[in-house]
Structure formats: C-alpha cells, structure tokens
Ligand binder design. Sequence first.
Ligand code: DOR
Ligand code: ZN
Ligand code: ZN
Length: 427
Amino acid sequence: MVDLLIKNGRILNPAENEDFTGDILISDGMIVEKGKDINKECDVIDASGCYVMPGLIDLHVHLRDPGLEYKETLSTGAKAAAHGGFTTICPMPNTKPVTDTPEKIRTLVERIKNECVINVLPIGSVTIGMQGKEVTDIKGMKEAGACGISEDGKSVMDSGVYRIAMREAAACGMPVMAHCEDINLVQGGVMNMGNKSDELGLNGISNAVEDIIAIRDIMLAKETGAKLHLCHCSTKDSVRMVEEAKKDGVDVTAEVCPHHFTLCDEDITGDDGNYKMNPPLRSREDMEILKEGIKAGIMEVISTDHAPHSAEEKSGGFKSSPFGIVGLETSAALTMTELVDKGYLTPMGMVERMSYNPAKVIGIDKGTLNVGKTADIVIFDPDSEYEIDVNTFESKGKNTPFNGKKVKGRVKYTICSGKIVYKDNEN
Ligand code: DOR
Ligand code: ZN
Ligand code: ZN
C-alpha cells in the first residue's frame, strides 16, 4: 500500500493529550510518524484549517441486515458511516433473525470483511430471539467477535433473567448495552409525555419509563460487577443517576444521541414521523441537563442510534410510524454545531466523546492517533457551513428531522486502515 501524508491539520489526540498543528505519515495502514514538517514523496492531503481526529466510533447503530435490507444493508450502512467520519460502528442485534448465537456473529464477521468499507463490530442479543427468557451464549459470542450484548429496541423485563446475563457478561468481560424502557408503563405512548403530547392528542411516554429501568440496571451492575453502558439517555435524572453510580464505584458509562441534545419536544412541528424515536425527544429542561452532563464528562459517549426506515413507513405520523431516525451522516456536524460551537465541548472533548471514550467502553485499541496504531482517521473542516440534505446521504434511510437544518462541520476525508474510504467531492 502506498504511503499517505496528512499535512498541516489540527491534530487532536486525547490519548497523548496532543492538540497541535502538524503532519501525520501513514505507511502500510499504520501511523508511522507524527510531528511538524514531515516531508516525503507520496500522496499528500492538505488538511489546513481542518481537525485531524481518530476515526469516529459509533457504539449504537441499526443496519437491518439480515432481513430488512430495504431499510439498510451492511454495505450501505458502512458507506453512510464513512460519509459521517466513522471508522468503526457497532450494529445492534435486532435484525431478522436476531443476532443471538456465536454462529450468527461469525457469519456477520465474515460478511463484514467482504461488504464493509469500515470496521463493523456486531453486538449480540442478551436473550434468544430477544424473547426475554433464555440467556444467549455470551462467552461464545464474544469469542466469535461480538463487542457487546444488548436487547436494544426493548429491555429484558425479567430482572432475574437479566441478572443471569449480567453475571455471565461480567465473567467474560463483555459490556452490557442497555436500552431502558419499562414496557408496562409505555401504554401506547408515541412521544414525550407533556404539553406537546396533549396538544397533539397523543399518548405520552413519561421519563419514569426510562428512569426506572436505568436505576434497576445500575443496581444489577453494582451487584454483579458487570460493565454497564446505558444507551441513548434522554432524561435529566439519567445524568444524576449515572453521576451517583460512578461515585458509588459502579462500572457504568452512558451515551447521549445528537437528536436528544439538539431538539426537545417543543421543536416538534406537527404530526411528523421523522420526529419519532425511542426514547423520545424530551422536555427543554431534560435537553439542557443532558448537555451539561456531556460537558461535565458524566455522559462520556455520543452515539447515533442510527435507525433507518423507509419513507413509506415513516409517512404515517406519530401513531403509525416506527420509532427511529438516521444519524450516521449528521452526528459530527450536529455535535460541532450544538456542543463545540456553543461552548459545551472543546474540540478535544468532541474527540473524546465520539472516538476515544467509545473505544474504551468496548475495550478496542482504537480512538487514538498514537504512532504504531492503525491509521483510522477523520479529517474534518469545522468551519464549513451548509444545510443538511438527505439527498446526499449514502444511507438508504432518509428519515431525519434535520433535513434543511443549517450546520457547521464537514467530513473531508475518512481513512480506515490507511485507505481513503470517503472523500468529500468538493476537494
Ligand atoms: O428509535 C429507535 N429505533 N429506538 C430503538 O430502541 C430501536 C430503534 C430501531 O431499531 O428502529
Ligand atoms: Zn434503543
Ligand atoms: Zn437503537
């Protein structure tokens, strides 16, 4: 493989607390040199004015493959990720069939090698068929290449079953990624419970639906010693609970999705299915406290919950649309616009939450720009302003409330194992 030299970028490397303008030399897919004034006869990328960051890592995506390929495939999902600056993504197991055995993980890993332009690390389910009854072969799935377990889309409601899973996960060092939702409290809710749901005459989902399971899962992690990662936290109390649990020594981390720090239920313009996701857009107060939680480092990870659906499926308004919005191609720009530009995060803080910390949660040797590491790198122009346009998406899913939103921050290049897997055509 030819060498590649990235020149004059703002290098942001949390692993060595480095923030300086300089160059990175890539050879044979690895970072071999980093510093000022590196010169070599090879392919050169001018990164002037851009951030040079470790490739972004998304711990929470839905790729719909196998079974629902009309929504997304491994290949289109990976391309969308590359467009969004991601070099590693972790797909949830709620496909058809559910990813619930070592064999299914192995099949995915094989396919990913052939079909994906970036690293894709599958997540296995907690119970067989996501039926909430029988715990999967967690150790076997780990050995086959799964990076975590999750029942995402729902919670394992039987705490006894979940405790068995947590014990096994703890024993083999597998992170448990928790979707927190007490199904008995949902009662037909389709959006946040509050003035907006009253105004639209729709059933609401209260914060307690999420918070009750979040605290249960924290307590089970405390008891079993499992490594717990709370998915898509949307409530103000989730921040408080995570902060307390960490003080208490529980091995817990938490993620927030861009839609939950960018929008609140007041922003919902009408009965539009593109504003429907689970958990829902919460109150302004919840949103503000989530942003404070990200700023304070209590919420350590930004993930997308990329959930592609067809336009037809999403045309039914709040009542009949499925939950979920796409996120891979808007996440970096929304983080830049809503958090970095508004003073909640430094550029380094953004890299920590979108790459360095996610790598630590699943224990992979990524998220750094250290010499000797695999060259997974994103070059990002923080000043480029544009309107989000779903027609530019690589994802099959165009379901987002952000179409037309003015944002700042554009991915210029995504480099995975030293290979350019996305290049902005304005270059
Ligand atoms: O909005 C969501 N969509 N939340 C989930 O938990 C599942 C996801 C999906 O699979 O579409
Ligand atoms: Zn979920
Ligand atoms: Zn999800």
